[in-house]
Structure formats: structure tokens, C-alpha cells
Design a binder for this molecule. Structure first.
Ligand SMILES: *[C@@H]1O[C@H](CO)[C@@H](O)[C@H](O)[C@H]1NC(C)=O
Ligand SMILES: *[C@@H]1O[C@H](CO)[C@@H](O)[C@H](O)[C@H]1NC(C)=O
Ligand SMILES: *[C@@H]1O[C@H](CO)[C@@H](O)[C@H](O)[C@H]1NC(C)=O
Ligand SMILES: *[C@@H]1O[C@H](CO)[C@@H](O)[C@H](O)[C@H]1NC(C)=O
Length: 450
């Protein structure tokens, strides 16, 4: 036995393969006859038991398969027969169509089954099928087909799709237009748009884009109305920016024009290159005045004045003579006159054009003494405001250095108005009064703050 078996494999249920130790040629090397009879019998007995086990398992498997086959045969034979040869009293079961429902579950002859389709689906085929005598259903299978063009939600931005014959139409919500509600529109004209003036509105330019009407307005215009009946209306920039926190567009006044605006200035002022600020035109410098000979042209905010100040009339032994268009000098005093030397030695006239509401304090005017070279000048000066009244509360006259005094405006002045203030400067030498000089300062305040 041992010699004729080259190799024996023992298969255990868990597929572990063992090589019997007495085999030669690749299995294991053991000297022949090294195993006694008792041990070989034991192994053969094990093999016998193993084969028996396999036989039992195999038989059991066959039995189960046979039983299953029988069950299948039974159930197949019980199924209702559709073919005419084996006449049955029922029809095969029917299923509900996809996206639809089936009503009726009896498939007996003469019974009806009804079908419906879900919303958005159209039924193709009969809504009702009857089970015929011959075991067949009337009609054909029902299909629920998505035939709605609205099924793909073609309307954007909350538009409602309405189906028409093989087409759809979008009903757009407010502020949207276009065949698919893809364009934003304005339902109401925007605030500050110019209404009721044909010069300030135009028809929008429209172009077909993707089979949809796309309309636009020129710059400075706003579209309003509905998508079919829209209009471009001018935006009144002057009003828009008046309300804006960024301040007004123009230094003085804003003029709205179709699609834009421009700034304008009061007469006598010109618009600066920035397009918004106004600057006074100096009529005197540009020879735009008509001041007659003997008068002096004084430029004012928005205009000019022709001035010819007169010296004070003679009073006792005090008299003046005009030494220049804007200056008077006192005639020499008689020796015996005591009051004459105390009268102003010179009177000068000054004209200051100021904007309205000038920021205060503002230095308006400076007054200084000039001594002829080589002659002893005054060693001290006193400055003051001559006269009284309102001027005293609005101005301060103070020394700015040893030789100079300045007139300071301390209260803002609102134009248009004209007022004058007289300032005086007294010269002293070794504490003795020498002479007094008077300056009449005329303030010409313009109505504007520029
Ligand atoms: C079954 O009967 C109906 C009407 O009785 C008939 O129209 C139909 O053709 C028949 N079907 C077959 C397969 O014979
Ligand atoms: C339409 O747009 C205007 C301005 O853009 C807005 O004030 C209004 O509330 C919008 N209307 C709707 C219904 O969205
Ligand atoms: C200058 O002309 C204006 C009008 O252009 C007139 O009102 C004014 O009286 C004239 N002034 C003089 C000094 O001629
Ligand atoms: C003016 O001077 C004369 C002498 O030249 C004198 O008689 C006269 O009283 C003086 N008048 C006044 C008002 O000072």
C-alpha cells in the first residue's frame, strides 16, 4: 500500500492540507517502513470517517435542492395563465406607472384598473384597462410622460412658469423682466428722476440677447416702467447729491441737464476748472468796469464800485487836501492853533472785499509808520479804534510788533453788507504826542461765502 501511494492528501473541512510523512518525492522524506501497521490503520480509519462525513453533507445538499425545485414548480404552475389555451378567470397583475398611481387591485375578469399621473406629467395610454375573458387587459400599458416645458424651471428669480401650446411664458415678479425673468428692472421711477419732461427722457435701446429683450439707458438715465413699456428717465444729480452726505456737487448752484448736470455761478463770478467752485471776476483788473475818470475802481464780490472819497470839510483852522485818490493830508497848522496838531495828519481810505461769514478772528488790515530816512522817528506808537458804536464789539485793534498794529475782525459778518471802521495810530517821541494818522477801512461783504 505504502509503495503504491505516492502522496496522500487529507482534506479537512477547513481546507487545511496535510502531507502524510511517509510519502516521498516532494511530500516528506521518511525511511520506508518506518510506520507501524497500527498507525497506518488509524490514519485509514480517519479517512473513512472523513469520507462518510462528506457523503452525508453531499446528500443533504441534494435533498435541499430537490425540495426547492419542487417548490418552484408548484409556484410556477399556480401563476395565472395569460395564454388563450389555458383559459383563466383573471388577468396578470398590473403595476402603477412611474410618476403615476394605479387604482384597483382586483385582476379578475370584468374588473377595471384606473390610472392617474402626477402633476406635471401627461398620461399616454388609456386611463382605464379592463380584464378580458381571455385573460388579457384591454389597451396598452400606461406611461406618465413629463411633457411640461415648465418642468425644467425655466423662469428665474422667482418667476412663475405658465404653459402655453408647446411653449412657456414666465410671469415675472416685481423688478424682473425678460423672457426668463433674467433682467432686473425698476418698477417705479427712482427718486429724483425728472418726470413729465420729454427732453429728460428717452426710449431705451433694446437688443435681443439669447432670444430675450435686453434694454439699456444712457448714462445718467434710469430705466423705469415694465419690460414691455420701459422708459429712460433722467436722474436729477443736483437733487440726489443735495441729499448726499458728501456735500453739494456745486459751490453755488447746480443745473440739471438731460443725463448730466453742471454748476453755475452767480453773475460776476466764474466757474473754476474744477467745474464746481466759483471765483470772483476782478472787473477792475480786467477792465470790465465803467468807472469814470477821477474815480477808483474797487473790485467787490460779484461786482465793482467806483469810489472817490472826499476829504473832511474844513473845520476852523483844520483843512485837508487830497494827495492821492485814496489819501488826504492835513494842511499845515497855524502856529497859534492848539487843536489843529491833534487832528489826523493823514487820512487814508481802504476798501476790503470780503466773503460772507469769514472765519474769525481774521486780520483784516495792518497799519505801520514810515519814517523818512535820516529823520528821527517816533519812539512809540499807540493804536486804537476811532469812534464807538458797533465797531467796538466787532473789531480789535492791537499792536503786532513795535512798528505795526493790526485790525482784527472778531465777529463773523454776514453779507451782503457794507460797513466801515476807523482806526488810528498816534506817534510819540519821548512820550510827547507827535502826530495822528487815521485809516478808514470800508468792508464790502459779498452775499456768498466764496
Ligand atoms: C381577448 O379578447 C378581446 C375582446 O374580447 C380581444 O379584443 C382580444 O384580441 C383578445 N386577445 C387575444 C390575445 O386573443
Ligand atoms: C424694486 O426695486 C426698488 C429699487 O431698487 C426697491 O425699492 C423695491 O423694494 C423693489 N421691489 C421689490 C418688490 O423687490
Ligand atoms: C456803469 O454801467 C452800469 C450798467 O452797465 C450802470 O448801471 C452804471 O450806472 C454805470 N456806472 C457808471 C459810473 O457809469
Ligand atoms: C485860526 O487861526 C487864526 C489866526 O491865523 C485865529 O485868529 C483863529 O482864532 C483861529 N481859529 C480857530 C477856530 O482856532
Amino acid at each position: 500500500i505504502i509503495k503504491s501511494v505516492r502522496c496522500i492528501f487529507v482534506f479537512y473541512p477547513d481546507y487545511l492540507c496535510l502531507y502524510l510523512p511517509w510519502c516521498s518525492d516532494g511530500c516528506a522524506f521518511l525511511p520506508q517502513g518506518c510506520m507501524d501497521k497500527h498507525r497506518v490503520m488509524g490514519i485509514l480509519h480517519q479517512m473513512e470517517k472523513f469520507l462518510k462525513g462528506q457523503e452525508i453533507r453531499f446528500t443533504e445538499g441534494l435533498r435541499i435542492m430537490k425540495s426547492k425545485l419542487t417548490n418552484l414548480q408548484n409556484s410556477v404552475s399556480k401563476l395565472p395563465q395569460a395564454d388563450q389555451s389555458s383559459s383563466q378567470s383573471s388577468c396578470p397583475p398590473l403595476l402603477a406607472p412611474a410618476h403615476g398611481r394605479k387604482f384597483g387591485s382586483k385582476y379578475l375578469v370584468g374588473h377595471e384598473v384606473h390610472f392617474t399621473c402626477s402633476q406635471g406629467y401627461r398620461m399616454i395610454g388609456p386611463g382605464t384597462r379592463v380584464c378580458h375573458e381571455n385573460g388579457t387587459w384591454s389597451g396598452v400599458s400606461v406611461i406618465c410622460k413629463d411633457v411640461s416645458v415648465c418642468a425644467s424651471n425655466p423662469c428665474q428669480n422667482g418667476g412663475t412658469c405658465v404653459e402655453t401650446l408647446n411653449q412657456f411664458k414666465c410671469t415675472c415678479p416685481h423688478n424682473w423682466s425678460g423672457s426668463q425673468c433674467q433682467y432686473q428692472t425698476q418698477t417705479a421711477p427712482p427718486e429724483w428722476s425728472v418726470m413729465n419732461d420729454p427732453a429728460f427722457s428717452h426710449k431705451p435701446r433694446c437688443a435681443k440677447v439669447d432670444r430675450a429683450q435686453h434694454c439699456s439707458c444712457d448714462a445718467g438715465f434710469h430705466m423705469s416702467g415694465t419690460s414691455d413699456n420701459s422708459i429712460c428717465q433722467d436722474v436729477n444729480e443736483c437733487e440726489v447729491y443735495k441729499a448726499d452726505r458728501g456735500g453739494p456737487l456745486c459751490g453755488h448752484s447746480c443745473v440739471n441737464v438731460p443725463g448730466s448736470y453742471h454748476c453755475s455761478c452767480p453773475t460776476g463770478y466764474k466757474l473754476l476748472t474744477d467745474g464746481r467752485s466759483c471765483e470772483d471776476v476782478d472787473e477792475c483788473l480786467t477792465q470790465q468796469h465803467n468807472c469814470s475818470r477821477g474815480t477808483t475802481c474797487i473790485n467787490t464780490g460779484g461786482g465793482f464800485q467806483c469810489v472817490n472819497p472826499e476829504c473832511p470839510p474844513s473845520h476852523g483852522n483844520i483843512s485837508y487836501v487830497k494827495t492821492s485818490p485814496l489819501q488826504c493830508e492835513r494842511n499845515p497848522c497855524p502856529m497859534e492853533s492848539r487843536s489843529c496838531p491833534f487832528a489826523a495828519k493823514t487820512i487814508s481810505y481802504h476798501y476790503l472785499s470780503l466773503p460772507s461769514n469769514l472765519r474769525t478772528p481774521a486780520t483784516l488790515f495792518r497799519m505801520a509808520t514810515a519814517t523818512a530816512p535820516g529823520r528821527p522817528g517816533p519812539d512809540s506808537l499807540r493804536f486804537g479804534i476811532a469812534g464807538g458804536g458797533d465797531a467796538r464789539s466787532m473789531f480789535v485793534m492791537q499792536r503786532s510788533d513795535r512798528q505795526t498794529g493790526e485790525l482784527i475782525l472778531v465777529q463773523p459778518l454776514r453779507g451782503p453788507q457794507e460797513l466801515s471802521v476807523e482806526v488810528e495810530m498816534s506817534e510819540y517821541a519821548e512820550r510827547t504826542f507827535q502826530a495822528k494818522h487815521l485809516a478808514r477801512v470800508n468792508l464790502l461783504i459779498s452775499p456768498y461765502e466764496f
